[in-house]
Ligand binder design. Structure first.
Ligand code: F6R
Length: 605
């Protein structure tokens, strides 16, 4: 949530700073700005709109200087206005800051500064901090000391980078709860709220921990504890993400590109060492009670996993939305397993903290290396899906689901719920899956697009499924809402008759997630709901598998997929439903990669 970038270089960095916030734009895109130091003066340019918009108004990429900070915003405190955009300047224009997170005691601090005559330009919490800096510096005339003095006064979650006319060689950075990383280059150093801020320029990164601050120069950096001022030695990570995977690569949107990345993402998930997978399965075996947690899409990934654990290992682990997790009684020895693409989501982090405080074991599957969640849990699986730039999650969620099938299979074997022979057959299916996905993406996309186009006017959808197809329907409905802004409600197909059936009429469209006919019980139940819709004059569309004559006879339209193993059929439907939402949004002219009101990683509560 919000993107931060800072660079100290031996050469002009206008273009690089601009590129870095462009690469972070998915974190927030209602306004942006850059502050650079030039001949002792801070040049500030900021405005509302997306990065390219603001660039055409402010010529951000033409700015001159060797040291600077930049920000792309997702508004929390103060509306979307030019004044509220970052960076923020102190009254004397000697300090500029960019900030991610929330300064929770900003109101008291603002009032106190106002009583001393400080006039604020914006309604943000951030402007309080930059004026505290000016005030502290006036007292001590020492930049590092004034940075620390200002920090002692603020509470909440924040990562902050400060630029000051008093020190043309260094940026001052601090991390508290919101993510912040350093990137180390040759004759230049970087700071960013995630790796995408500097991945184009360096692969050497340091992940900062809470309570650490950094004085960052072109060739040097010191990391210290805010409380003690002790210097800290930190390990440098070599980031192996391929820069190309964070580019659009000829696709019209990142969402489409990331859907087409899915075969490769699954291959990566297959490469996660078996020892890691069984290590997680053992944690489940050893815990008296286990919970699966996530929010939004990752809650649905948790819910899909819940079914797989049940089907393959006869184990029931409830899935919970992370923000509701603290109602659960959790005790020493229990286990909380979290899902998070970004590894920075506030609700999930808070739920894990709650679990840890009660003595529970924690584990997670995470995509972003060095992220808070990846560092705080007892065991982590790094899914290796590469950067996911589109705000809505596709490939990361798919890979997490696939990984959990691997864990459930391992657990099934350990619990002797499945035989070695069945296990090996399933493994073969997993290995063949990337090729099948590739084929479906290539061969079905035109057809999916036609149906999505023809139905893009539909304002109300029901997405219906039974068994594991139910959470798949829920996740697909979320995707639809996010990118098309049309209403889609996911529910169990059997639930329909208990109330929602009253809404059925021709304009209400129902998308059925139909299992392969071999899944007889689930298939029968889905078809019963389909008949209920049709006999009441509703419109039914089916996502189903080829050769399903019974479903074909009932529905108005269908997307028919080639046969795939029962184990992976739900995932194939999840992928096709992602495509369906994408094409509907395309037809409606939506801002697909950056849907209105959303941000990629939600680091606030
Ligand atoms: C939906 C989506 C969100 C995230 C949720 C959790 O497409 O992307 O619902 O899944 O905000 O984010 P992470 O996975 O980063 O913890």
């Amino acid at each position: 949530m919000c993107g931060i970038s800072g660079i100290v270089h031996s050469e002009n960095i206008g273009r690089n700073l601009f590129n870095s916030i462009r690469n972070l734009e998915y974190r927030g895109y209602d306004s942006c700005g850059i502050a650079m130091l030039r001949q002792g003066t801070i040049d500030l340019r900021k405005n509302i709109g997306g990065i390219d918009d603001v660039n055409s108004k402010e010529q951000l990429d033409q700015m001159q200087g060797r040291i600077g900070i930049a920000h792309t915003r997702w508004a929390t405190h103060g509306g979307v206005t030019q004044e509220n955009a970052h960076p923020h300047l102190s009254t004397n224009r000697k300090f500029a800051v960019v900030h991610n997170g929330i300064i929770s005691n900003y109101k008291e601090l603002r009032e106190s500064l106002q009583s001393k005559g400080v006039i604020f330009d914006s309604l943000t919490d951030t402007e309080v901090f930059v004026n505290l800096l000016e005030e502290s510096f006036a007292d001590c005339n020492d930049l590092e000391q004034s940075f620390l003095a200002a920090l002692q006064q603020i509470e909440g979650s924040f990562s902050i980078v400060m630029l000051s006319a008093h020190d043309p060689e260094h940026l001052y950075c601090v991390k508290q709860e919101s993510p912040l990383l350093l990137g180390l280059g040759e004759g230049c150093n970087y700071v960013g709220s995630d790796l995408n801020a500097f991945l184009e320029y360096t692969r050497q990164a340091i992940v900062l921990d809470d309570g650490e601050y950094v004085v960052l120069g072109q060739d040097d950096y010191q990391i210290r504890q805010v409380q003690t001022r002790d210097t800290i030695g930190k390990s440098v990570l070599n980031i192996d993400w391929d820069v190309e995977t964070s580019k659009k690569g000829g696709y019209s949107h990142y969402m489409l590109k990331e859907i087409f990345d899915e075969p490769q993402t699954i291959r990566q998930a297959m490469k996660i060492p078996a020892g890691q997978i069984s290590g997680i399965a053992e944690m489940f075996v050893n815990a008296p009670r286990s919970y699966l947690i996530g929010v939004g899409t990752t809650y649905y990934v948790a819910s899909i996993s819940q079914y797989y654990f049940s089907i393959l290992a006869d184990c029931f682990y409830p899935s919970l939305s992370s923000d509701e997790f603290t109602v659960v009684k959790i005790e020493s020895g229990d286990m909380a397993f979290a899902f998070s693409q970004s590894g920075e989501t506030y609700d999930t982090k808070t739920a894990l903290e709650y679990a840890k405080d009660h003595g529970a074991q924690t584990a997670a599957v995470v995509n972003v290396m060095g992220s808070a969640i990846s560092m705080m849990v007892d065991q982590v699986i790094m899914q290796g899906s590469g950067p996911e730039i589109c705000v809505v999650s596709t490939k990361a969620a798919l890979a997490q689901t696939f990984i959990m099938i691997r864990v459930a299979l391992e657990l099934g074997l350990m619990q002797t719920r499945i035989s070695r022979k069945e296990y090996e057959k399933h493994q073969l299916d997993l290995e063949e899956f990337p090729e099948m996905v590739k084929k479906v993406l290539n061969e079905q996309s035109g057809f999916v697009r036609n149906i999505a186009r023809a139905t893009s006017h539909v304002e109300n959808w029901l997405f219906l499924g039974c068994g594991v197809y139910y959470p798949v329907a829920m996740e697909s409905a979320l995707k639809m809402k996010e990118v098309t802004y049309q209403h889609a409600e996911g529910m169990p197909a059997g639930f329909l008759k208990h109330g929602t059936l009253s809404m059925v009429e021709p304009a209400l469209h129902s998308l059925f997630f139909v299992p392969p006919p071999e899944e007889k019980e689930l298939h029968d139940r889905t078809l019963i709901a389909m008949e209920q819709v049709k006999t009441r004059g509703g419109t039914a569309i089916a996502l189903m598998f080829q050769g399903d004559k019974r479903a074909h006879a009932v529905v108005d339209q269908s997307i028919e997929l080639p046969p795939v193993s029962i184990l992976l059929a739900p995932l194939m439907q999840m992928i096709v439903a992602q495509m369906f939402s994408y094409y509907a949004a395309l037809e409606l002219g939506r801002n697909i990669d950056k849907p209105r009101n959303l941000a990629k990683s939600v680091t606030v509560g």
